[in-house]
Design a protein around this ligand. Structure first.
Ligand code: NAD
Length: 495
């Protein structure tokens, strides 16, 4: 049997020749300016490849390609069933190249390769299949307009969709945004984060092989101000689907207001509460779930970063969480047993360490708190737990986006809900309890796009994902994702 051990992944990594050029109108091309930047592996500091450092001119070319393909109808006006067949082929190709995709993701942003290969890629393949299958099962509406009138309400593709995504789940976010948009018949311009362009470019190769027509899918790598900004301000992009920080999300609202009023769908930051009541039936399972805050190096927008524990069980429960955190010891991301890799880059590791230092001044450090050097790279940070945190402490207010858990004690249900909702964010929340009435009561009271009961971070193509408040406005996943990428058209016929 094939053993995917450290040697196996290391050898494969050495043979990969990742694409670094932009993908526009069906071809890989250099930036018009010919500029490139060095793309580094955060787990070793080594340069992986040179990537096109695109700007306004490349964005313009990609938008022209997208608009031309959209207006030609080569994708937008074929039947949904035909689009389904092509996207199902793409799912097959993603499955075929799962190893390469997982490895590129790991090298690019530091996550453990076996997590990417074993969990994330299979889920993504299913995700693409789910949206491919959905598109020819959606029916439009006929309004009850009365005799002599036929009022049709149809969903049409919007046109050119700009997708701007972050580095924490580069391929997931690229797929979450672009596959429903493509399924609905749009043409797409995708901007990966500058830290993690490789899987988006590999996806472009597979899109071409699957037979999606040239110009329908374009990838423009580069920096936020050079590529994201011109996309936000572009007069011929109809909709922006953004995942990233709240700060940059707000910029996109501004870009839209000062250009063509394009739709702006935002999936932004989070500071998710996880409330554990003393009546929880299985405290061990709850503690194991709470420790998932360290998954993906803690670089997850919906991570349960504020752990609210009922005071009467706090000490017992916290001991269990600390025990489960041991599973997330940072290791070489290519080691098959690694559950925690490197932070995405040195700047981000510095930022996370600043939060940890701030935490040490305000709360009680219970676990970790140190930066580690592995394979010569200083981008590794231990799982870190702070106890005796107050909700107004910096580490309870700001999104750290690293392996840091803040524990806050509470005495009553009302207090727990008040603390949980005392944040500018509203992406995800969790409640652990064996009391059914309390589960419903608290779920209803929590201001979040998703509330998980006796679980954390429940995400699936079956249900909408997104936030309220400053966590954003759009919903990825489920049939509701199509609402972002289609507009309603009424055709009223008198007869
Ligand atoms: P970021 O906001 O810095 O960058 C996101 C994207 O925006 C990148 O492609 C970046 O190049 C681009 N960008 C940066 N500055 C820009 C500008 N001035 N104009 C236009 N585009 C610009 O976010 P990040 O650091 O890549 O990712 C981390 C953030 O993403 C966290 O805040 C996290 O919560 C958020 N996130 C949210 C979700 C969600 O679904 N809610 C999922 C994953 C990550």
């Amino acid at each position: 049997m094939l053993e995917r051990n450290l040697g196996y992944w290391t050898e494969r990594a050495a043979t990969l020749r990742p694409e670094g050029r932009a993908f526009i109108a069906g071809e890989f091309v250099n930036a018009v300016s010919a500029a490139t930047y060095e793309n580094r592996n955060p787990a070793t500091g080594a340069v992986i490849n040179l990537v096109a450092s695109c700007d306004q001119l490349d964005v313009d070319a990609a938008v022209v390609a997208a608009r031309t393909s959209f207006e030609s109808g080569v994708w937008s006006r074929i039947t949904p069933t035909e689009r389904k067949k092509t996207l199902l082929k793409l799912a097959e190709l993603i499955e075929r190249d799962s190893e390469d995709l997982a490895l590129l993701e790991s090298l690019d942003m530091g996550k453990p390769v076996s997590v990417a290969f074993g969990y994330e890629l299979p889920e993504l393949v299913e995700y693409v299949r789910w949206f491919s299958e959905a598109i020819d099962k959606l029916y439009d509406e006929v309004a009850p307009a009365g005799e002599g009138n036929l009022a049709l309400i149809r969903r049409e593709p919007i046109g050119v969709v700009g997708a701007v995504v972050p580095w924490n789940f580069p391929l997931d976010m690229a797929i979450w945004k672009t596959i429903p948009a493509l399924a609905a018949g749009n043409s797409v311009v995708l901007k990966p984060a500058e830290q993690s362009p490789l899987t988006a470019l590999k996806l472009a190769e597979l899109v071409k092989e699957a037979g999606i027509p040239d110009g329908v899918f374009n990838v423009v790598p580069g920096f936020g101000s050079a590529v994201g900004r011109p996309m936000g301000l572009h007069m011929d992009i109809d909709c922006i689907a953004f995942t990233g920080s709240t700060e940059v999300g707000k910029m996109f609202l501004g870009y839209s207001a000062s250009s063509n009023m394009k739709l702006v769908w935002l999936e932004c930051g989070g500071k998710s509460p996880n409330i554990v009541f003393a009546d929880t039936e299985n405290l061990d399972a709850a503690a194991e779930a709470a420790a998932k805050v360290f998954y993906n190096q803690g670089e997850i927008c919906s991570s349960p970063t504020r752990l609210l524990v009922e005071r009467s069980i706090k000490d017992v429960f916290v001991t269990k969480v600390v025990a489960h955190a041991a599973a997330y010891r940072p290791r070489d991301p290519l080691h098959p047993e690694s559950m925690m890799g490197a932070m995405v880059d040195g700047n981000h590791a510095n930022r996370v360490m600043e939060f940890i230092e701030a935490g040490k001044k305000q709360a009680r450090l219970l676990l970790g708190g140190n930066r580690l050097t592995i394979n010569g790279s200083e981008n590794f940070i231990e799982p870190t737990i702070f106890d005796e945190v107050q909700n107004d402490h910096v580490i309870a207010r700001d999104e750290i986006f690293g392996p840091v858990l803040a524990i806050i004690a509470f005495d009553t249900e009302e207090e727990a809900v008040r603390i949980a909702n005392d944040t500018v964010y509203g992406l995800m929340a969790s409640v652990f309890t064996s009391n059914l009435s309390r589960a419903h009561r608290v779920s209803n009271a929590l201001k979040a796009g998703t509330v998980a009961v006796n679980a954390v971070d429940m995400i699936s193509p079956l249900v909408p994902f997104g936030g309220v408040k400053q966590s954003g406005n759009g919903r990825d996943n489920s049939l509701h994702a199509f609402e972002k990428y289609t507009s309603l058209k009424t055709t009223w016929i008198k007869y």
